[in-house]
Design a protein around this ligand. Structure first.
Ligand SMILES: *Cc1c(COP(=O)(O)O)cnc(C)c1O
Length: 221
């Protein structure tokens, strides 16, 4: 089966959940990305700025590039002209930088707050208290060139499905809490970015709206 078949399979699974697919194309060559593009996929995710900058100029201009990996403040300026969503916002400092660079390009950049939901120590992300103080700050309220469109998280890398389900459930609850407290009456705060190749089915059941899969999409079978 071709990677086009992988894409069709996953898109079928997403359909009943009304979720969208971010095709994670890190480490993949342009020709493979084009193969999915030519099958209709438009949202692609990269986790490193440098790799994204090397790839995107040679690929079609209507690809919606999402940055899904940790982002350093000093790299924001390189992606600000074209990035369509940043999933990995984990500080007010970073958000202010994104806003500043978006303003220079007369754009509004959709952002997700990344939460630490896994039981592993190493993963990036905020906890609920940090997120709330960010959202309540006057600095945040002044940012006019970012749009806070939801939350993102990565579950523990484990075979323990109940643990993973609990972590996704937790992220959904965080989303609901923030929506009710800070974004009620808005339409734009609506994304829950969760689920990767190993756990996207659980993520969908727990309310994911953006599934980020790489390896199962690009494997040859
Ligand atoms: C690599 C990566 C993915 C995709 O992982 P797969 O297991 O290949 O599906 C999703 N999200 C982030 C943040 C990643 O870095």
């Amino acid at each position: 089966m071709s990677i086009r078949d992988n894409l069709i399979d996953i898109q079928q699974e997403l359909l009943p959940f009304n979720a969208r697919l971010v095709a994670v194309s890190k480490t993949q060559p342009a020709e493979k990305i084009l193969e999915l593009y030519n099958s209709g996929q438009r949202i692609f995710g990269e986790n490193r700025v440098q790799e994204l900058l090397e790839k995107y100029p040679s690929l079609p201009g209507d690809i919606e590039w999402h940055l899904i990996g940790h982002l350093q403040t000093n790299k924001v300026k390189y992606i600000a002209p074209f990035i369509r969503m940043i999933h990995s916002v984990d500080s007010l400092k970073l958000l202010k930088e994104i806003n500043k660079e978006a303003l220079k390009h007369n754009r509004t950049i959709p952002c997700l707050l990344q939460f630490h939901i896994a039981s592993e120590e190493t993963k990036f992300g905020l906890n609920i208290d940090e997120a709330e103080s960010l959202l309540e700050s006057d600095d945040f309220k002044r940012l006019e060139n970012i749009e806070m469109v939801g939350v993102m998280g990565m579950a523990t890398n484990t075979e323990n499905k109940e643990l993973v389900r609990k972590e996704f459930h937790n992220l959904k609850e965080i989303f609901t809490r923030l929506k009710d407290k800070y974004f009620s009456g808005t339409l734009y705060f609506r994304e829950i970015s969760m689920g990767m190749s190993g756990d996207y089915k659980l993520a969908l059941e727990e309310g994911s709206t953006l599934v980020r899969t790489g390896s199962i999409l690009f494997r040859s079978r």
